[in-house]
Ligand binder design. Structure first.
Ligand SMILES: NC(=O)c1ccc[n+]([C@@H]2O[C@H](COP(=O)([O-])OP(=O)(O)OC[C@H]3O[C@@H](n4cnc5c(N)ncnc54)[C@H](OP(=O)(O)O)[C@@H]3O)[C@@H](O)[C@H]2O)c1
Length: 348
């Protein structure tokens, strides 16, 4: 990719872009897709399968016009396209007929460049990238607003489970007091495998990678950083505050041994990695990502494998629990597709 960015100029640029006239194609929603990996390939397949249904419902043809990858020579499944694949990001970002950029390349700085350039070019952006969002969410939302486009990121937290929409609604209609949950599917898969199958940490990690649950670089997952990134996004929606992962007291699962699992199992407990944010009496937020031994009766004890669960406690609604698949190609692609549907609804 050959992208140029200047973080410091962004606010000035935003202020110069108040006169917004957003281009829209009328009958076609043209998508530029960045990434054709675990999630990107799922998104390609889902959008292709849903194309006719979307056209019938919204009268809009949803077309993936171009796909940007890192390595064009990589061997890919035969059902994935070849003719629209490129390594030249500018052919997507500078194409005025592309309405939406879906960013699924992961990582921080290159992905941030893609997102910023797309928003500046007045393209809607859909991303699953919690790493970028954890550090840049308020600024990117402001950039999207000023350019009159949408920034959607349902897939960034809890995969297929619509936790951000639930938080948005509760925050407006009630007051959220706390949230806690299992928000990282791959570490939950590893802990579940160690508990139920008695495999070692390394064996469980290998299986999680084979199933596409682990990030290319698993460090973020196993160190708890991925959960801290997601917690940052959750907190933004629940409490309207921006904290970065650096502000989260974070622990991972890398020191959990088969002996720890066995000991807790004998005590009637299971070990889970829990992200939590709680408002105290003075309005301060206590935030952490920590491993906890939970009794089998606990609501999170039965959240197994790549599943996620989030308990939200609101002043009037009380506790609510959302539960579902938090990782993997199609569950994550399902959340990305729900963002495409949101765009179609807005244009309908
Ligand atoms: N996997 C999950 O279960 C899951 C769940 C929730 C959210 N997410 C998020 O979804 C995003 C994608 O994850 P993934 O698991 O699909 O990753 P992945 O399997 O590693 O795929 C990454 C894709 O991006 C492409 N790519 C990487 N760097 C690029 C660059 N600089 N320019 C153009 N293309 C580039 C790669 O190209 P090549 O194919 O040529 O290498 C690959 O197709 C990440 O932000 C991740 O955090 C993943």
């Amino acid at each position: 990719m050959n992208l140029i960015i200047d973080d410091h100029e962004i606010d000035n640029e935003i202020d110069n872009e108040l006169d917004v006239s957003v281009r829209r194609s009328t009958q076609t929603l043209r998508i530029g897709l960045f990434g054709l990996g675990v999630v990107g390939s799922g998104v390609w397949r889902m959008l292709l399968a849903k194309r006719g249904e979307f056209y019938d419902k919204f009268g809009i043809d949803v077309e993936i016009a171009r796909i940007c990858v890192r390595d064009i020579a990589k061997e890919r499944d035969t059902d994935l396209p070849k003719d629209i694949v490129t390594t030249d990001a500018s052919t997507l970002l500078n194409d005025e007929t592309i309405d939406v950029i879906i960013e699924l390349i992961g990582g921080r700085y290159e992905a941030l460049e893609v997102i910023e350039q797309a928003l500046r070019a007045r393209k809607h952006v859909i991303t699953a990238n919690k790493l970028v969002l954890a550090y840049e969410l308020p600024r990117l939302r402001k950039l999207a607003d000023r350019n009159g486009v949408n920034l959607f990121y349902s897939a960034s937290v809890c995969g297929s489970v619509p936790v951000l929409r639930a938080l948005d609604d509760l925050r407006i209609g009630d007051t959220i007091l706390s949230l806690q949950g299992i928000v990282n599917g791959s570490t939950n898969f590893v802990l579940t495998s160690m508990t139920n199958s008695g495999v070692t940490y390394e064996e469980a990690l290998r299986e999680a990678r084979t199933r596409g649950f682990l990030e290319a670089d698993p460090t973020f997952d196993i160190s708890g950083q991925d959960a801290a990134q997601k917690l940052s996004v959750l907190i933004y929606h629940a409490f309207g505050r921006h904290i970065t992962p650096n502000d989260v007291d974070t622990e991972g699962i890398e020191n959990i041994t088969a002996d720890d699992i066995l000991r807790e199992s004998k005590n009637g407990n299971v070990i889970k990695l829990i992200a939590s944010a709680t408002l105290d009496g003075s309005g301060e937020l206590n935030v952490s990502v920590r491993t906890k031994a939970l009794p089998l009766s606990h609501v999170f004890a039965s959240t197994s494998d790549e599943f996620n669960a989030l308990e939200i406690i609101a002043r009037h609604a009380g506790p609510q629990i959302l539960h579902g698949k938090g990782a993997g190609s199609f569950p994550t692609a399902s959340a990305v597709t729900s963002d495409v549907v949101e765009l179609l609804r807005e244009q309908y």
